[in-house]
Design a protein around this ligand. Structure first.
Ligand code: APR
Length: 183
């Protein structure tokens, strides 16, 4: 039986970009990005997994914010997780409107800016908006990867950017989008 593929590494402007199939709560990066909602109230998917694994301090910190607008992100500490910070990013609910792509890119860009502001070396993203929020992953993956590439083309302190992708379909979509991005 062929071994299932689970990891791909690509050097991009001096930064190591990693596509990893797995569970984001298990990775060790300076920041882990959560796919949150605008009330920061918790939920299922990555959000549920992060709050479950990280413990109640993360929700207590989320409650101090007056929510978070779509396309933006807020910072908390990471509770029991191995990261220093959780960046709670709010992607758009997919409606097939021109604004969807702008808001999705903005959610990623806000996290990258926060990483620079906190002088971080590594960050792990899930596939924001492509679960409950219904963004087709074949459309979302190129936006996510392009936003990262455009960011790291500028001066960056980041050394490693991970995309932690839960299922085979999502992993394959990112792998295809990365091949197109670097060709
Ligand atoms: N690690 C990595 N990826 C995960 C994990 C995990 N532990 N759990 C789920 N995923 C994947 C999903 O399979 C999907 O590919 O993350 C991607 C994003 O899915 P969602 O978590 O549903 O996020 P999103 O589509 O942005 O919807 C956000 O869902 O959980 C609620 O509170 C959240 O209301 C918000 C909405």
């Amino acid at each position: 039986m062929a071994q299932e593929e689970f990891m791909l590494t690509q050097q991009l402007h001096g930064v190591t970009l990693v596509l990893l199939r797995g569970n984001i709560v298990e990775v060790q990066t300076d920041a882990i990005v959560n796919a949150a909602n605008s009330s920061l109230a918790g939920g299922g998917g990555v959000d549920g997994a992060i709050h479950r694994a990280g413990g109640p301090t993360i929700m207590a910190e989320c409650a101090r914010f007056d929510g978070c607008p779509t396309g933006s992100a807020v910072v908390t500490t990471a509770g029991h997780l191995k990261a220093r910070y959780i960046f709670h990013a709010v992607g758009p609910i997919y409606r097939d409107r021109p604004d969807d792509a702008r808001l999705l890119a903005s959610a990623y860009q806000t996290c990258l800016t926060l990483a620079e502001e906190h002088a971080l070396h590594s960050i792990a993203f899930p596939s924001i908006s492509t679960g409950v929020y219904g963004y087709p992953v074949t459309k979302a993956a190129p936006i996510a990867l392009r936003t990262v590439r455009e960011h790291i083309e500028q001066t960056t302190g980041l050394q490693q950017v991970l995309f932690v992708l839960f299922d085979a379909n999502t992993y394959t979509a990112y792998k295809t989008a990365l091949a197109e991005l670097v060709q």
